[in-house]
Design a binder for this molecule. Structure first.
Ligand SMILES: NC(=O)c1ccc[n+]([C@@H]2O[C@H](COP(=O)([O-])OP(=O)(O)OC[C@H]3O[C@@H](n4cnc5c(N)ncnc54)[C@H](O)[C@@H]3O)[C@@H](O)[C@H]2O)c1
Length: 325
């Protein structure tokens, strides 16, 4: 039996907890959150002993693995405490809010030989494996990535999401998923430039995020790409279009549908089977059971490289200049 604990049991934790509840080989032993009402609700739904302090939870419980689902500024202490105790961690993205802090964490984790998988969820998707297979004999030249959601229209998310200092806004909280996938497919980015705009509400007080933004990316392998993002969109959409020398590929990351168009025929592959988050959790549990971490879809160090690109994109917007990826 795999004994697991959670640190941070806000919205994303429920997705992972629901998956773990479906596994016969997993027991949810303990949950931790600094918010009493949130913690009570999750314990009522998923069981486990409640804790308000993660150090206490880690000291008292015999855990094999921890899911770290706190905001990005709460990474260092739980990660290092788990590493010192030999506890594997599934850590939600991004790896940190700041690159220098993340680099120090990466060094400490390497010294402790820590077992950490970062929740860049797209890496483990069958949809992405399908795309890789479909474009194996093609050369991609141009990519267009788009992520839209109504976050700034609806304002139902916790306040920290709208405080760019804390969440990083659309770029660091969401676009980072697309950057990570593009890095995974095409390698690192040489240069990024971009612009942002707030057409609905100007920045003031704790509303400091960018509502709409557009970026140009020049990858080291020569691919040229764009990422556009809106927090004023009609609904949740995340799509990537890739143009190759033989075909075009449209990947809808929301519906998990890939279409491949070679000019004479359009083939559609529907890859959705249950929750998108199940795949990364399956990989994590498999590595844990075998104590073999070579198949880790995203190490902390790799997640740090994605954070660096994400922050470079943010600097490009802030400074109106091209920035090295
Ligand atoms: N992979 C994905 O698709 C995805 C989706 C949503 C969120 N996320 C990421 O997951 C993380 C959490 O996001 P969320 O939407 O669940 O946020 P949330 O605000 O709903 O939940 C975070 C929880 O962490 C708790 N917390 C904060 N500090 C703590 C501490 N020191 N000890 C214990 N608990 C603490 C908060 O009280 C809160 O309940 C973020 O990094 C976010 O970017 C990833």
């Amino acid at each position: 039996m795999i004994n697991v604990g959670f640190i941070g049991v806000g919205s994303i934790s429920a997705v992972h907890l629901r998956f773990l509840q479906s596994r016969k080989d997993v027991r949810v032993v303990a949950l931790c959150d600094i918010k009493p009402a949130t913690l009570r609700g999750r314990v009522a739904e998923f069981g486990g002993r409640p804790y308000h302090y993660f150090h206490e939870m880690l000291a008292r419980e015999q855990l094999d693995a921890v899911w770290l689902c706190t905001p990005p500024e709460v990474r260092r202490e739980p990660l290092l405490d788990c590493a010192r105790r030999g506890i594997a961690v599934f850590c939600e993205k991004p790896v940190e809010r700041q690159a220098t802090a993340a680099a120090a964490i990466a060094r400490a984790l390497a010294r402790l030989d820590a077992k950490v998988q970062i929740g860049y969820v797209f890496r483990a998707l069958p949809l992405v494996a399908r795309l890789r297979a479909a474009m194996a004999d093609d050369t991609i030249r141009v990519v267009q990535s788009f992520y839209g959601c109504p976050m700034s229209r609806e304002r139902t998310m916790p306040a920290w999401f709208f405080d760019k200092r804390k969440s990083g806004g659309a770029l660091i909280d969401q676009a980072t998923h697309n950057f990570d996938l593009l890095r995974c497919l095409f390698g690192d980015v040489r240069t990024v430039c971009g612009m942002a705009h707030n057409p609905a509400q100007p920045k003031s007080g704790r509303y400091t995020i960018d509502e709409t933004l557009a970026l140009c990316l020049h990858f080291e392998n020569g691919v040229i790409g764009t990422h556009t993002h809106s927090w004023l969109a009609d609904g949740w959409r995340n799509e990537i279009f890739l143009s190759g020398e033989k075909r075009v590929y449209r990947m809808n990351l929301g519906t998990q549908v890939l279409t491949v168009d070679d000019g004479s025929r359009v083939r559609t592959h529907a890859c959705a089977r249950g929750s998108m988050y199940a795949h990364e959790n399956v990989v994590f549990l498999r590595m844990l059971a075998r104590d073999d971490w070579r198949a880790n879809p995203c190490t902390y160090a790799d997640g740090l490289r994605t954070l660096r690109l994400t922050l470079a994109a943010d600097r490009a917007i802030e400074t109106h200049r091209a920035v090295s990826g």
